[in-house]
Design a binder for this molecule. Structure first.
Ligand SMILES: [Zn+2]
Length: 114
């Protein structure tokens, strides 16, 4: 199971709906997803996973959509941001998880976060 926290309950429900639709794998323990809006960060968003909790910060909606693609990649066990493993291969220069996030972010924003 995964549990999503966002201070805005409407946005929290939208995020849960998106993840429920795209996450097909399950962890053997509960994963918490803590998402916060932060206007001060220098990038549109970032995601950090400590093994139990996925922390997301974002400063605009497209940044949130982008990071949610990464959250889904992590929950589906396709991407390990700690080791930079993607579908069981190690990557150094290429970042296929970013290619996918940039490709999907607009669709995720418009379909799930509006
Ligand atoms: Zn990214």
């Amino acid at each position: 199971m995964f549990f999503v926290w966002h201070i805005n309950k409407k946005m929290q429900d939208k995020i849960i709906s998106y993840l429920a639709a795209v996450v097909t794998e399950s962890f053997d323990r509960n994963i918490h997803v803590e998402i916060e809006y932060d206007l001060e960060i220098s990038v549109d968003g970032w995601t950090y996973f400590d093994g139990d909790t996925i922390f997301v910060s974002y400063k605009n909606k497209i940044g949130l959509a982008h990071e949610l693609v990464h959250v889904a990649q992590i929950l589906n066990k396709r991407f390990n941001p700690d080791t930079q493993e993607w579908e069981e291969k190690l990557y150094k220069a290429e970042q296929p998880w970013e290619d996918e996030a940039y490709k999907l972010e607009l669709e995720v924003q418009n379909k799930w976060l509006m």
